[in-house]
Structure formats: structure tokens, C-alpha cells
Design a protein around this ligand. Sequence first.
Ligand code: ATP
Ligand code: MG
Length: 434
Amino acid sequence: MTAMPRLDGQRGRSMNTDNNNPDSNPLDTPHADSDTRQRIRLDGVSKRWGAAAAVDGISFDVSPGEFVILLGPSGCGKSTTLRMIAGLERASAGRIHIGERDVTYLPPGDRGISMVFQSYALFPHLSVADNIVFGLRSRRVPQAERSERLARVAELVDLTAYLERKPAQLSGGQRQRVALARAIVSEHPICLMDEPLSNLDARLRGEMRREIKALQRRLDMTVIYVTHDQVEAMSMGDRVILMQDGRIVQDGTPSELYERPASAFAASFIGSPAMNLVALSAAADGAVIDGEPHCSVAPHEAKGHWLGVRPEDIHLLPADAPGVPAEMLDAEYLGADSIVRLRVGRQELRARLDGRPRLEPGQACRLQWARGAAHFFSADPEGQRLPIVGHDLGAPPGRRRFAPAPPGPASAIQANGAPASSSHVGNDSPGVNR
Ligand SMILES: Nc1ncnc2c1ncn2[C@@H]1O[C@H](COP(=O)(O)OP(=O)(O)OP(=O)(O)O)[C@@H](O)[C@H]1O
Ligand SMILES: [Mg+2]
């Protein structure tokens, strides 16, 4: 395990932690030096406010250099968890280790971390430069070293031209970078970030996502990053810890969460549009989608439970093809693709199709998906994933592509889902869509 490298390439020294909250600087005291302090471990950590548990016995490990996301809906306990790791909130139960040290009851400044808050919390009367080095100055880091570190960090986050400005003279993205610079200049190997991009517009968020990720790699930082935005989670995280009601629902790589959601909640939280979840009922030859008795989609044991299929895994075929009978309700054209709403029995599903669908509202069609695209979840409130394998509906390999032409080179579908010979394959066939 290594400490975060200094920006000049030398090994990081133990420095005081910065807090970018100007009202109080609880992280702003010296901490002990240790090479192993990047690893973070939570064992059965809880936080109760009176009778209510905001965080309920959660355990996880973060390895040095890992970028871990705490993801979940509003109020699920993400910020509380982060603040307990920072020491800004005291755990009601459980232990928190950073490196070999039990920090559960240590003050924030002794934990060797920096934190970036959602509100940048910059001093309005101080220049960008003074905001960035505020923590260093209050710890009496010598002037020469302060200037040197400021120059390096400013270049890193592209703020060199703005150092003399006041925060009010900056854009939201620039202010966000000042807050980041403040955390980085402290040279702590662990950085905790709580929704740091939520004040930015969509374009800037995209830019900052890439910048933060690149910075984290370059500086080999350990980052725990709180967000409720699944796009941030999927695109930035080495690992995503999904929370619901103070508990961990799933802890895995972004692709594990996408490919094998642990519960109906996880299935619906990751992916946009969300995974379709439809009720299954019993029929003679297996479980069928509720209200659609003709096409069995799973063995009998699936009845009464939920079937989950991602919109991008659904293939649409003409009404005379095999598959689940459906009726098109409407379509939302998004340019590169369309989201088509479909009725199957008493249930509604969404399919994501390339381009503009060649299907009219009210028109009948058939749906297919690959066996592996069907997920099953228990109908009880926990909604746990069930080890049921769906029927093979004869879907072609790949996702969300419909190739209605007869089998042959033109209609073959590549593993990446793109038609083999032409991106327009099937688009011109009558009465069908892609
Ligand atoms: N100081 C407090 N006193 C009482 N309850 C609190 C306090 N702080 C947080 N809570 C409660 O704890 C729960 C978790 O809050 P937390 O701020 O951790 O949620 P979050 O996941 O960060 O949500 P958001 O995405 O909205 O920021 C919420 O129900 C919240 O109301
Ligand atoms: Mg929060």
C-alpha cells in the first residue's frame, strides 16, 4: 500500500486534513503518518437518530486506490455513512478502520482524509488561491511550500488563470474545481466526496466526471464518492455499493450490478429506462406474463414472482413470429434510438430500439429476449433475486436489435449487437421495426 504520491512525484508526507467547510474545520488537525492508512473498513456500522436507524449495520472494505461509489435514493443513509467515515458523525454501533487504525472514535482531523462537500463552501471574501491554501496556512505550512503546492494543484485542475479571482467571479464548474483543489492540496491519500457535481449542469457534470476519475487515477487516491445518480456510479466507480433504507443491497462492479442485480430494487435503480418488472402468473405449460396466457416465459416455479427484462434486451418481431404477443402503445424517439411502450396482457413494458420504430400505436407484434436476459425476483417485499432460468424464446444473440430479414449474412447480428453488414438491416421491411 502506498501513500498518495506528492504532486511533484515524491512520496506524500503526512499533512493535516483539509475541510472545505469554512464555518468549521473539524478535519483540520494533524494526523498520524502511516503507509497503510488508505484501506478503509466498516464493520457493522450503524447510526441511529432516536429510534430511527439512518444506517443499519453496514460492512464493507475499500482497498487503496479504489474508487468506490455509495449509491442510493434520497435518505438511504449515504451522507451519514460518509460523515461517519470522516468523523463528522459518531457511529452508534460498529467499528471503522482506516489502515490498521481503529478510528471509530477519533476526531476527524486524526483520520488522514480530505472531503469535498456538495456545497463548495468557499470563503467569498478570499481569492481562489487563498481558498485553496486555507488549510495549509492555518497549519502554518511555510509560505514557500504553500506557493509551490498551490501552483501544482492549480495547474492540475486548470485554475492557474483564476487564482486572483473571488469565488463570485467563477462559474459553477470552476468553483467545484476550487473545492476539489482544496482537497487535493492536502495530499491525503483518501478523499471522500458527497455529491460533488450536483450543482452543475449536464455538460459540466460529464466533463467533471472524467476529470475527477482521471485525477483519482493519476494521484492513486482512494475515493468514496456519494451520489444518487446511477450514471455517475456506473461511469466512475470501480465498485458500486447500492444502499436502501440504511442497508447495503448490493456491492459489486458496475457490470455486476447491471448484469446480475441482487434484488428488484437494484434492478430498477440501475439502467435507464429501468429494467421492466412484470408479474408472472400460472398457465398450463409454465409461468406467463400476467394477463397474457399464450406464451410461457419461465418454468412453473416462477409463477407469482417478478420477471425482469431490460428494455435494451427486448427484440421486437412481426406479429406472426414466435414470442410473447404484445401491442405497441407509443414510442418516444430520441434520435439514436427510441423507447417503445408495449402492452403485454395486463402488464406494460418498455423496449429500447435503434433509430425510429416502424410500428404504429395499436399494432400487434411479438417480443423475444435471450434466456440470459430474463431475471427473476421474489414477489415478497425483499424482492430477492431467484435462481430461476427462463425459457428460451428464440431471440437472436445481442441486444435490442431486430433483423426481420430471412437468416443470412445481411441479417446476422454481431456480438456487439450491431447488424453485420449494414446498420439499416431490417429497417425497410414492412410492418416491422428495429
Ligand atoms: N441530524 C439528523 N437528525 C435526524 N435525522 C437525520 C439527521 N441527519 C440525517 N438524518 C436522517 O437520516 C436518514 C439518512 O440521511 P442521509 O443524509 O444520510 O441520506 P442520503 O442518502 O445522503 O440522502 P440524500 O441523497 O438526500 O442526500 C434520512 O432519513 C435523514 O432524514
Ligand atoms: Mg446526502
